[in-house]
Design a protein around this ligand. Structure first.
Ligand SMILES: [Zn+2]
Length: 169
């Protein structure tokens, strides 16, 4: 194998369907197994970034017996090909999602969930940093830590300062 990978044709980041992505993989001589198809279907179904373990569960839910190591290997390859982006959410496991989504990853400090903001939202945020600091943010790598809508009630900044003795209904 050659050390350098040549980019043939348009980058895989521009793929908008599972079929386009599979065609792109084939074009580059990559394997298109059933496991990979199911993994791509999971990625295209929901653009939010999530862990490889979570993706493996989704693939298994479609009835295929796929080992998590297969999912890791495929994701690594998809990242190298520019199809998938990987973010490290506040010390948690790596989260994977479609690179074309241009996501902001909203990472909950309490439960570790990762919610994906839309591509437009990522662009807007990047614009704010550009205007304020002249800093060009990579919208694929935007990660914001905080509290999700569920955890905000019990662990958000307001309740944290007010004490944690209050109990719910
Ligand atoms: Zn949470």
């Amino acid at each position: 194998m050659a050390g350098q990978e040549r980019q043939a044709g348009p980058t895989l980041a521009g793929c908008r369907t599972v079929e386009e992505a599979l065609a792109g993989l084939r074009l580059r001589g990559r394997r298109c197994t059933q496991a990979r198809r199911l993994l791509l279907e999971a990625l295209f179904r929901d653009p939010a970034h999530r862990s490889a373990g979570g993706l493996a569960q989704e693939v298994r839910a479609s009835g295929a017996g796929v080992h998590v190591s297969t999912v890791y290997r495929s994701l690594d390859e998809f990242v190298r090909l520019g199809l998938v982006s990987r973010t490290y959410a506040g010390g948690g496991p790596a989260a994977y999602g479609l690179a074309s989504a241009g996501l902001v990853s909203l990472v909950c400090k309490q439960c570790g969930s990762v919610t994906g903001g839309s591509a437009e939202f990522a662009g807007e945020l990047a614009g704010v940093f550009m205007t304020a600091y002249g800093f060009a943010v990579d919208p694929q790598c935007l990660t914001v830590a905080g509290w999700c809508s569920s955890c905000r009630v019990t662990a958000g900044p307001e309740t944290a300062s007010a004490g944690s003795s209050r109990s719910g209904p």
